[in-house]
Design a protein around this ligand. Sequence first.
Ligand code: A3P
Ligand code: MG
Ligand code: MG
Length: 391
Amino acid sequence: FRSRTPPTSSLPPKPAPQPIQFPIQPLQRFQGSSASIKRPREIASFSFDDNHSYLEDDSGIQYYCAPQIGADLCEGFERFRYFEEKEDPHLDTLLTRLVSLEKKGERVRADFVTWRGMVTKIMTSPYDKFASFEMFATLHDGTIYIEDDFPSRLADCASQSQSQHSQPPRNPHSPQNRPSQEMMTYWGYKFETLSLLPTPLIETSRDFIENRRDMVVDNHAQYVSVITTAFGPHSLILGGEVDGVWDAKSDPDTPDPPDYIELKTAEELGGDRRDVLKFERKLLKFWAQSFLLGISKVIVGFRSKHGILRAVEVYDTNKIPGMVRTGTGCWDGNTCINFTTAFLGHLKQTIKDDGVYKISLKKNGGVVEVSKIQERGTGKIISKEFLGWRK
Ligand code: A3P
Ligand code: MG
Ligand code: MG
């Protein structure tokens, strides 16, 4: 990476320091077998209830039960109970959970603490030339804390925000009628509702299972797993949402603790190679997101252009990179892991002082930039509760 030293001048105001750059290309330097990776180990979990209030328990967990093929994912759109973050959540709930662990006597330390989504963005950026992100980081007591830029995430989701109020397309199945962005967002949550149970299958009535299609789709409740992992010498504590567990009681071979699953929707594949390429590109995000938390299965609901569920496929997360290697070869998992390892090392070398740093990648930019944007303190990245506890 290149680093330019700011010109020395005794005249105020001080020129803003130049950002430290980390070029993504050439990717060849990250090829080869991957840096040693520690298997993610869960250290805690927590939930959000139906009002999206924090709960320090497992109540948000759900169990997989295969959905009915042929279901219409548009159904119930007008009743969607859509949750959208109104205020920047920073790392607050994750840090609350860590404080609670430490109060019980566990020592939780790592080089990095962040949401899983931040690392997914970094990990997938080598193979997505349209990737862009803005994150903020701060060093405190030997750990780098990284959070998302909240306004930019709102912009990402701007099209979703109208969901509760907007009307569904008059005839979502009409070939002339392209589904709206809101409808496509709804399909993802509808697929979850059709594929999950709040209790294990064995404790669930047949009636409940058959009536899942009439349930109100609601994304307020969530289950979050907190894990520790490592990329080469860099240790991380990550928090991330988990969609559900592979139902242990309906599958006697399921290990204990049960396997986590990630649910996804994708457009069904036509015979075209371009369809396969589009799907395998999507698999990069599915894989990275699941790999980071140690989620062992990715379950994809293939839907028609207009939201009819046509098929469900269960993928072993660990087999996805091999599948793509022998398929279109559009990305390489080891390269993603090595890139991330090198990038985390770069962050450690760059974020060494007090203050707040911005980490950004511009669309088509090809270079991740790190620049100091605040000389002192930790911004709002670290909650008062956490700072008070670690004082
Ligand atoms: P799909 O991705 O299966 O279509 P997740 O898969 O990460 O658990 O998220 C569940 C669903 O939330 C997604 O389903 C999608 O419908 C919606 N969603 C999540 N993040 C989104 C985003 N940034 N933009 C639009 N929809 C999003
Ligand atoms: Mg989810
Ligand atoms: Mg999902």
